[in-house]
Design a protein. Structure first.
Length: 211
């Protein structure tokens, strides 16, 4: 994970917080880390987990409210070339989403269910070997693979637990629906197809109250 990516994510977190638009008590900001594991329901898409940034603004109260989220991820993509499935590159999906949900608070815990939707900026990093595969199996003299931006939908559920005056624990379960278009351009012509880039994710994080 590059420093530029971390800095950009941290800045986005400050300005796009799912807790900022909700009623708060003991107004505070807490930051920390989380680990996310992901799984895809498509054989052509392969995702993995990683470490990210967790945050919390204030305490959630029982009731309906607005929610926002990011949930950026990457996935390796397989395509069928000449009758054989091969990995052709890495898809990067960077969504910016907003939605609505209900939160129920009890004791030191708060559970919420939310439905988010929005737009994702999508990019594709072509594998160096992809052009060789297309040349050897199809006779293509050139190759350019690119993916389009797409709309996204993500239902999710969150659990926050105050582990003390300074620490909070969070678990988030979500399913993101993303169907970007993959365009294949080569000396043989141009073709397009929809990629099933849906991912199921489970994230667990720990935050520390900084002020």
């Amino acid at each position: 994970m590059s420093r530029a990516f971390i800095a950009l994510t941290a800045a986005a977190i400050i300005f796009v917080s799912p807790r900022a638009a909700r009623a708060q008590e003991d107004n505070h900001v807490a930051l920390g880390v989380n680990f996310t594991t992901r799984a895809s329901d498509s054989r052509a898409t392969h995702t993995s987990g990683g470490v990210g940034i967790s945050w919390r603004f204030g305490h959630s109260e029982t009731g309906w409210g607005i929610a926002t989220g990011l949930g950026w991820y990457a996935a390796d993509i397989d395509l069928t070339v000449g009758g054989t499935t091969t990995e052709v590159g890495e898809l990067h999906v960077r969504p910016f989403m907003a939605g609505y949900g209900y939160t129920y608070s009890f004791g030191r815990a708060a559970v919420s269910a939310e439905l988010l939707g929005g737009f994702a900026i999508v990019s594709f990093r072509q594998a160096p070997s992809a052009a060789d595969v297309y040349r050897d199996r199809l006779g293509a003299r050139s190759l350019d693979l690119r993916a389009s931006n797409t709309f996204m939908l993500r239902p999710q559920s969150n659990l926050w637990i105050d582990a003390g005056d300074k620490f909070g624990v969070n678990v988030t379960v979500a399913y993101a629906v993303a169907r970007p278009k993959m365009v294949t351009s080569s000396s043989l012509g141009e073709a397009s197809q929809r990629l099933r880039a849906d991912v199921f994710s489970v994230s667990a994080g720990l935050v520390y109250k900084i002020f």
